[in-house]
Design a protein around this ligand. Sequence first.
Ligand code: GRG
Length: 309
Amino acid sequence: MSKFYLERSLKKFLKKKIMIKSRLFKNAKKVDKFLINYLKKQKYSLLVKPMKYGVISGGKKIRSTIILDLGKIYNIKEKQLLNICAAVECIHSYSLIHDDLPCMDNDAIRRGKPSTHVKFGEASAVLAGSSLLTLAFEIIADKKYSLHSKEKNEIVRSLAACSGHTGIAGGQELDLKFENKKKKISQIIEMQKKKTGKLFNFCLYAVGVIANKKKKEKKFLANLGEEIGLLFQLADDFLDKKGTKRILGKPVKKDNKKGKSTLLNLMGEKKAYLYANKLKKKILRKIEKHGKKAKDLTHTIQFILERKF
Ligand code: GRG
């Protein structure tokens, strides 16, 4: 490749990187603002502080970004999607608060600061996490959220299924049970698709519901979401091995210490990278049909694997 082409592709690459970071930042601000206002309108309780600590001003808000990216493809107004984004971030943060507890992964640092249970105590962390779970459903069911009740019901049902024993919680149970055990690749994929993939499944499915898509397309979106989740989890495993605590804001090199069953551990680095790249290409091929409208979603998916945080 000539110097000219090398410089041009490097510039393009850097521009894309800056753009995705600024999109993540802008989306995070919007979702945080929504959540701050939402909590302000509610009766105050002692749990508001640990809840805010767990969900606001922290985290990449990548799930919200994917929701908004897909919304662009289907020409959905951002306002129609903010309740979904906020609900997803509540569930996500709830899962992180509980994941950090001593009875789960026992991590003292999250998003560059003390984990919620370290800051507020275990009991408050359990209660704040549970309150974020219920808040997610309140935000969707809110009568001010202008969606038809049929759509709301479908979204609530999907969020419940993706969060509970058939989703994140069930995946977490498998993750804990798989520690220090020899598992097959297919079992690890199933566990990761539940633990991490189901919330991405919900992100895409919910947008499909709002866009009034047919059953087949919604199923396609749900599966695509799980593949994106699996890719995200693979990147998370790579970062656990190669990332730094300073940039990631959470401890690294935990998976080996805890005997976690991950694709990286089972396949080895080289095979796992090949697998992840193949998966990324498969995902990108599936959204190609949307042409230019899928530009943001394409960049977000590329970021998922390239990310350093
Ligand atoms: C039922 C919601 C629910 C939870 C209880 C504790 C638990 C069961 C599940 C844990 C699920 C879990 C921690 C999955 C890992 C997913 C993952 C890779 C999280 C990191 O997400 P990022 O990088 O985090 O998006 P930020 O900090 O950027 O928001």
